[in-house]
Design a protein around this ligand. Sequence first.
Ligand code: KG4
Ligand code: ZN
Length: 349
Amino acid sequence: MIVLGIETSCDETGVALYDTEKGLLADVIYSQIELHKQFGGVVPELASRDHIRKTIPLIKSLLTNANLSISSIEGVAYTAGPGLMGALLVGASIGRSLAMSIGVPSIGVHHMEGHLLSPMLDSKKLHFPFLALLVSGGHTQLIEVKRLGEYKLLGESLDDAAGEAFDKVAKMLDLPYPGGPQVASLASKGTSSRFHFPRPMVNRPGLDFSFSGLKTHVKNTINQNQNKSGFIDIETKSDIACSFQEAVVETLVLKCKRAIKLTGLCRLIVAGGVSANEKLRVAFEQMADEQKAEVFFASPKYCTDNGAMIALAGALRLKSEEYDSLEIKVKPRWSLSDLNPIKPSTCIE
Ligand code: KG4
Ligand code: ZN
């Protein structure tokens, strides 16, 4: 079954074709970074308008790249939530209308389920049950995945998501949007021995996270190290970025290590935008080695938002004959634990 995936939940327009027999056939992504850069963050109304301009031309180039015609599409999956209301409505309206006009089923996909399944785009060998750490701009969640579509929330951030903390620290350091990769690149030039930031909530039991206190520590350190006119030298900035990154990574690793011990599960998926972070990947590999566990990531290209993960998640659901009614419905807030399990016969093992 060939499924078209459409992702428009935030600031990336992503479209892809996923074949349940052959895997990913093609994907195209357009990033709105240039559009939002001047405002230092995503402007929702501008995001929606740009998705309107870009989605259909992108689907056309996707089909050209895959050397397929529109009639080859056997199902359409679009991100129905969580995300920005207007942006989601663009993908949902285009996805639904296209599916109706060519007479194929369509389904609204949970964006975080897309992230969670993204490592399967490269490797189909994922055995259930496993743990999943989802680290994106809007979510930090630790999940027990019993089988496809059956998700139990073990812990989550009580305030800022990990990606959000990266983005806010980037702003404090006068780095351009989007902040995560910028902080990572600055951190690579610094040392973590000069400043020590707390590892939030690691001394308390449980699997929840909190990153807002860490952010305040960063702010205070910046204030203490700048001169009267607010200038702070690049070495100091790099050292702050390095210590901040290390604190986030260590906290995430520690909580996952705790989850491995508590659940006895020895397979862990780390997905979402922050999982593109190189230091994070190295630290998780090391922890997995020590714990005799296995860790899986998507390739860096598929860590951040993309249409391929939505096409994959939608394909699995459509193949198990799950599809939505004609109504165009999006859910800006939507819990993963509200999803239905996917019929085992369609699972990729
Ligand atoms: O998954 P994603 O593309 O969008 C959401 O679903 O939110 O994640 C975006 C987040 C942003 O906060 C961005 O700063 C962060 O992921 N991010 C990174 C890196 N690349 C993206 N954070 C740290 N290091 C990176 N290399
Ligand atoms: Zn995302």
